[in-house]
Design a protein around this ligand. Structure first.
Ligand SMILES: C[S@@+](CC[C@H](N)C(=O)[O-])C[C@H]1O[C@@H](n2cnc3c(N)ncnc32)[C@H](O)[C@@H]1O
Length: 297
């Protein structure tokens, strides 16, 4: 039953936007800045979303209007760009999201890479757009099951995101227990430590698993410091926010950094058009660079 101890608010109050209103000119400016700097295309219907997400930022900066906020973005340059980007990225993720990718990782992506790299014993995986870390930790859990620790493989996972706050959260590796429903009891036992005292209700990633991963802030639109080659790249549910030319440029850059026969996994609504790239579709949103089409659907 819903009880109402507070006096009812008039409808007009409920409909009125909370805090300052984002005007047309300021919305257009923010759309332009976020597209130019992060590649994120915000449609003209996203004004309320932008206003909602930036309201906290205005309060933090003690600014009363969006005009003032836009001036602050112009004047502070790269500094506030970080705040703006962090506020406007969509960071939805989950442990073992789109689990078929992790099944494929165990059943053929990693075994093939191990066969190919038998001499170098080097394995490299990149989680590009890792958000709060669930994706790279799942990569690490599966890889540590498949790659025998005793055989001295040089296994490293790079996890990057443009959102510096997400990278910090990912690096902390602490998650509410109710976010771990998709992790099997065996994997929970092996890879998590249950929090006690102030940390009751949370679980921490085991340091041995975390050591496999390097977390770094990285804007996918900017130059990349790493040389590769990577055996496997996960870039899932990131390109969906970009326009088509940006997606194509990114796919071409992934291809340059992937080993021949390496794999690229995309999100459920993302795809690469066959014929326009070095990639072949070999599974549900799983692409292989070059090579034969033996696993094609
Ligand atoms: C929806 S999350 C996807 C997380 C994870 N890959 C998954 O599928 O569960 C998208 C992530 O892409 C990041 N992102 C957006 N634009 C980016 C850019 N230009 N460079 C790097 N990361 C970006 C966002 O910060 C966000 O954390």
């Amino acid at each position: 039953m819903i009880t109402s101890a507070q006096p009812q608010l008039a409808d007009t109050t409920l409909c009125a936007p909370l805090g300052p209103t984002l005007g047309n000119a300021e919305f257009e400016f923010i759309r332009h800045v976020i597209a130019e700097n992060a590649g994120i295309v915000l449609g003209p219907n996203k004004r309320h979303l932008v206003q909602g997400r930036l309201a906290k930022r205005l309060r933090e900066l003690e600014l009363g209007t969006y005009e003032e906020y836009c001036d602050h973005v112009r004047e502070s340059g790269p500094e506030e760009l970080v705040g703006l980007i962090n506020a406007l990225t969509t960071n939805v993720t989950a442990f073992f999201r789109e689990n078929h990718h992790f099944e494929a990782l165990a059943s053929y992506m990693l075994p093939e890479a191990m066969k190919r790299n038998q001499q170098s014993r080097r394995l490299r995986i990149w989680s590009a757009g890792c958000s709060s870390g669930e994706e790279p930790y799942c990569l690490a859990m599966v890889a540590s099951e498949v790659v025998p620790a005793s055989a001295r493989w040089d296994l490293k996972i790079l996890a990057t995101d443009i959102d510096s706050e997400m990278v910090a959260t990912a690096q902390r590796g602490i998650y509410p227990v109710d976010r771990l429903a998709a992790v099997s009891p065996e994997r929970l036992r092996r890879n998590f430590r249950r929090g006690t005292g102030d940390n009751a209700g949370n679980a921490r990633i085991d340091p041995a698993l975390a050591r496999l991963i390097s977390f770094r802030p990285l804007n996918l639109l900017k130059p990349w410091p790493m040389r590769g080659p990577f055996d496997i790249i996960f870039c899932r549910n990131v390109m969906i926010y970009f326009d088509q030319p940006t997606r194509e440029r990114l796919v071409a850059r992934f291809s340059e950094l992937l080993a021949d026969d390496g794999y690229l996994c995309l999100g459920h609504s993302e795809s690469i058009h066959s014929g326009t790239s070095a990639f072949r579709l070999v599974g549900k949103t799983i692409y292989r660079k070059g090579g034969s089409i033996s696993r094609a659907l």
